[in-house]
Design a protein around this ligand. Structure first.
Ligand code: HEM
Length: 412
């Protein structure tokens, strides 16, 4: 058994802009030097799909390390620091199970499907507004879609969106481990905290968007039943806004980036909603958005390596599907492929994305209507890339296209 510290592991400069531009090439080079591990300045990174799955079977020997993130950022005791240490992803054991049980019924596949008409309505309205322009930044356009859906699901007024977007975007960079952005993280936490508290107060005074039960009702009932404190309620609301915003917006932008130069695939997305599901799955295998870490609470011996308790181990959910042992022709984008393994874009284990069915439904519905209304798209490519650790994605994707009306099919 070789101690981790004695391994000469390839270095992945995950914090650098050049890395964010083409992480798959860096991972491929690292795999040539070591079959399943690499390292960066904050710990070792698992580069092999099978190893990620095996290690998550030992999840009971790990925990999420947001308190350590707060330490690295020098943010102990600040509003952002407190939020990081308390949110659902930071919790484990019974405390985590309690929060997950409260939310789970509202996030089932059936409930997600029931929201499809709402998702279609939201994207149709956005397309009515944006498509006649014939050209726009797709990332900016996409940024209005998941947050509008989320506001409706929670029961928050969509008028608040412009004031929330930049704060949500800032908090999406929380795991980038860059202390220089701490000021922006603190301001963003304050804006969102004030927003959700106002929302709760207004609901207490009887203000609501519609009669039907929404997520805020579910959480307020849990609080009334004694299952949730006021602070936990506010943190859950903030977390849901953050978790569903940047991730979904970035995946939708990555989808457009992949299919804009593939007219046949693009045309099929316009014709066939079920094909959109394959494109979403293939994009999330090819490159999704999230890379997170776990702190080992016990030693783990795996594949001849002894990783001691205290190791901060990184899992690149966003790119692990490009492991050539996990998929045939892993570097080819093939939505029709026969899948050897599921993609891991929503992670694994106890914290596996709770919003995945909502995310899938809105990506499929969004893609289908976008491809119908935005025809013959062209793009010079991304203007830039967001940092790889945490929530990765494209920063600005200009497109030009021929707008197409969709008579009689969309509400709005
Ligand atoms: C394509 C979009 C999305 C992606 C790629 C994504 C990805 C992820 C990943 C990788 C995790 C686990 C992180 C870890 O284990 O360290 C996660 C957790 C979570 N996500 Fe998502 N997510 C997406 C959309 C959403 C949406 C729309 C919502 C809410 C409506 C949501 C709510 C959550 C929640 C609540 C958790 C924490 C679960 C827990 O701690 O038990 N996500 N997501």
């Amino acid at each position: 058994m070789t101690p981790l510290a004695e391994l000469d592991l390839p270095y992945l400069p995950m914090e650098e802009a050049s890395f964010a531009k083409d992480p798959a090439a860096h991972f491929a080079a690292a795999r040539r030097r070591h079959s399943w591990l690499a390292r960066w300045k904050f710990g070792p990174i698992v580069t092999l799909y099978e190893a990620v799955r095996d290690l998550f079977r030992m999840e009971h020997k790990m925990r999420t390390p947001y308190d350590k993130l707060v330490e690295v950022m020098g943010a102990q005791g600040t509003p952002w620091g407190r939020f990081q240490e308390r949110h659902i992803l930071s919790q484990s054991g019974p405390a985590h199970a309690r929060l997950r049980e409260i939310l789970a019924p509202a996030f089932s596949p059936r409930r997600a499907s029931e929201h499809r008409p709402l998702m279609r309505e939201v994207i149709a309205r956005l397309l009515d507004e944006w498509a006649p322009r014939g050209a726009f930044d797709f990332e900016e356009f996409a940024s209005f879609f998941p947050i509008t859906v989320m506001c409706n699901l929670i029961g928050a007024p969509p008028e608040a969106i412009p004031s929330l977007k930049s704060s949500l975007e800032a908090l999406g960079l929380s795991v980038s481990m860059d202390p220089q952005i701490l000021g922006a993280l603190e301001r963003a936490t304050q804006v969102l905290d004030e927003f959700v508290h106002r929302l709760i107060e207004e609901r207490a005074r009887g203000k609501r968007l519609r009669e039907a039960e929404d997520l805020l009702d579910v959480l307020l009932q849990a609080k009334a039943d004694g299952g949730l404190s006021q602070r936990e309620l506010a943190d859950l609301l903030i977390f849901l806004f953050v978790a569903g915003f940047d991730t979904s917006k970035n995946v939708l932008t990555l989808i457009m980036y992949e299919i804009v130069g593939r007219p046949q695939i693009y045309a099929r997305c316009a014709q066939d909603l079920s094909f959109c599901r394959k494109v979403v799955d293939e994009t999330m295998r090819f490159h999704s958005t999230t890379t997170t870490n776990r702190l080992l609470t016990e030693d783990i011996a795996y594949r001849g390596v002894l990783m001691p308790a205290g190791t901060n181990l990184w899992f690149p959910w966003s790119i692990i599907g490009r492991d050539p042992l996990a998929a045939d022709d892993a570097d080819d984008f093939q939505p029709d492929r026969v899948r050897k393994n599921p993609h891991l874009g929503f992670a694994l284990g106890a914290h596996m994305c709770l919003g995945q069915f909502i995310a899938r439904a809105q990506l499929e519905e969004g893609l289908h209507l976008i491809a119908r209304r935005i025809t013959n798209p062209r793009s010079p490519g991304p203007l830039g890339w967001r940092p790889f650790p945490g929530v990765w994605g494209i920063r600005g994707l200009p497109i030009e296209f021929t707008p197409a009306p969709l008579a009689g099919e969309c509400p709005g």
